[in-house]
Design a protein around this ligand. Sequence first.
Ligand code: NAP
Ligand code: MG
Length: 494
Amino acid sequence: MELRKNYINGEWVRAISGKARNIINPASGEVIAITAEGGVEDARLAISAAKEAFYGKGEWRRMSAQSRSDLILKIADGMDARREELARTDTLDNGKPLREAEGDVDDAIHCFRYYAGMIKAPYGGVYDVSDGFGPMHSYTIHEPIGVCGQITPWNYPLLMAVWKIAPALSAGNSIVFKPSSTTPLSSVILFEIMDQVGLPKGTINLVMGSGGTVGQELAESKDVDMITFTGSTEVGQEIAKAAIGNLKKVGLELGGKSPNVIFADADLEGAVEWAMIGVFFNQGEVCSAGSRIIIEESIKDKFVARLAERANAMTLGNGLDNPDMGPLVSEEHMNTVLNYIQSAKEEGATCVCGGYRYTEGECAKGYYVRPTIFDDCTPETTIVKEEVFGPVVTIQTFRTEEEAVTLANDTIYGLAGAVFTTDGARGLRVMKEIRAGITWINCYNPTFNEAPWGGYKMSGYGRELGIHGLEEYQEVKQVNINLAPGKIGWYEER
Ligand code: NAP
Ligand code: MG
């Protein structure tokens, strides 16, 4: 098997240590690729290349927005040309159904095109001011931050990479990117595409390797100006600590335990379908998953029966065959999910459907868990409090709107949330009370390049996507111009 290498300073290179890692297809347990396993020394080389590209030659940050935009559009075209390969790669690496991987690739292509356009739009203000020193103009310009370290998780391997790389690169920064060790393969293809485009040497660097070494070095290094991270809240806390040394800017997109609040007046079939999308899409390995259903007591039994019927009908299988759900990302993660399921059973929640590893036919070789619903959950149930990151949903009930809001906000997280009701005013009222950065009314999970993505509370800080996502990767400079140059006699004429 050919070794997939790191990309540092415009060259494809082995890890300095010579180490490599086996990459596994979770549908079969088979090794599908071997990747270079970088360490601290590889990360340092990449950081110094990125630093030289930005502070030394500075070609990319000095290039006109038009020329940068043209090159970024070529990346999007290059991805378009390899769309099927990218999608198949994420399915093989992560397990997700192919049609969901294809959707990710399309979103990623649009993300590059979105920012390629945005950097040519005018922004920043000009102020006509005067404060006793005479007439002045004050204006603001946006500049890139410098060397950006970027670290991503395994649930949306390509899309999470592009949410970071597209705005950071468009803004004129240099990048050292570290994908999840579990799912690095689509990043290698993305870097092949970016290599073909002809960006200035050292502008983009890929270092595969573990979080504890490569990731930690990116967070700690005094030569990195900004670190953006998507992953678990625990690791996010480590990153924030490591970043203190040079007070680098930090962006954190962390975990969630998001409420899906359903009122009795909601369209029941619609709410069932969106609830499924909310928690079983991408095997439930979604940071914004609607993993806590909070439902009005009077319709609970009917809703749960219908949800269980639909969940039991879901097909599981190899993602390439487009089942409803693929395998979980790894054996280790499957065991974590199964342990959470076990804890719920021991704590007295009622397992309505699923709740076990699925091993029918071909699935015996992979890491499959049936879609799982737990009824009779309380605020103390472990899986109500902690992120499972799998196809597991909890059911809690309420009688009043106030009680629904209290339950919804009873979490350390604040990433997302949804409300289902046909009472428009109530939908808006409840939404306003939910302490979360991403919310939906009468739907769950649709996400757009145009809209900012990020969390409240322990789900992190900063926003990706939209204009906010570009501004995260920019400094703002004020420029003040004296319109009447010359002596003003400040010290003489009082
Ligand atoms: P994770 O264990 O936190 O790992 C995420 C990334 O951080 C990986 O690349 C990992 O490298 C790296 N890492 C691990 N320890 C590190 C350290 N000490 N310093 C620097 N980097 C380190 O998360 P995961 O298991 O991959 O992904 C699941 C989590 O991501 C969930 O909590 C989920 O909610 C969250 N997530 C959030 C969003 C969002 O937008 N808010 C989106 C997707 C996922 P290795 O792979 O080498 O361990
Ligand atoms: Mg991990």
